[in-house]
Design a protein around this ligand. Structure first.
Ligand SMILES: [Cu+2]
Length: 163
């Protein structure tokens, strides 16, 4: 009874140890991760982007969508605020576009119940609030840029959200 009850716990510990080793190069800043248990569901997932301010993606129509800032940084479970800057092929800021951000978990086939709010700030900058990611795992944030008289274009940023 005691032995079989313990077994899953030991297994989970072993997995956690492997996960923390795998990601130690990216976020180990000297401490050997004291209180935070490594529960990363996607530490080794090659689909994810590593957050940096200024992370840029190109649409098929040569627009650049840059993630300039995230609060918190990197994006985390629950509510996030993101700032994007959109520029055209010539590097000119794109204003007057309608931006939308759609969170989706590709491995679970679901999105978020909360619709992000987009506020154009001028200078090609769009503030996005209420990017609500309710659970840990890989989240894909599709940013769609709709300009007048141009087909909608999108890019996707994928982040590993920790539990
Ligand atoms: Cu999910």
């Amino acid at each position: 009874m005691t032995r079989s009850a313990l077994r899953p716990y030991v297994l989970a510990l072993a997995v956690a140890t492997v996960a923390s080793t795998a990601c130690s190069s990216s976020d180990d800043t000297g401490s050997s991760s004291g209180g935070t248990p490594a529960t990363s569901a996607c530490a080794r997932d090659t689909r994810k982007d590593i957050y940096t301010a200024g992370l840029a993606k190109q649409t098929s129509g040569a627009l650049s969508v840059k993630l300039m800032d995230a609060t918190p940084a990197p994006p985390a479970k629950q509510s996030n605020a993101l700032t994007f800057v959109v520029t055209d092929a010539a590097g000119k800021p794109v204003d007057g576009a309608t931006l939308s951000v759609t969170p989706f978990m590709p491995d679970h086939g679901h999105g978020s119940s909360v619709k992000p709010t987009v506020t154009p700030m001028g200078g090609g900058t769009y503030d996005v609030a209420n990017v609500y990611l309710p659970m840990p795992g890989l989240w894909r944030l599709t940013v769609t840029v709709q300009m007048p008289n141009v087909a909608a274009q999108d890019v996707a940023f994928s982040f590993c959200i920790e539990g």
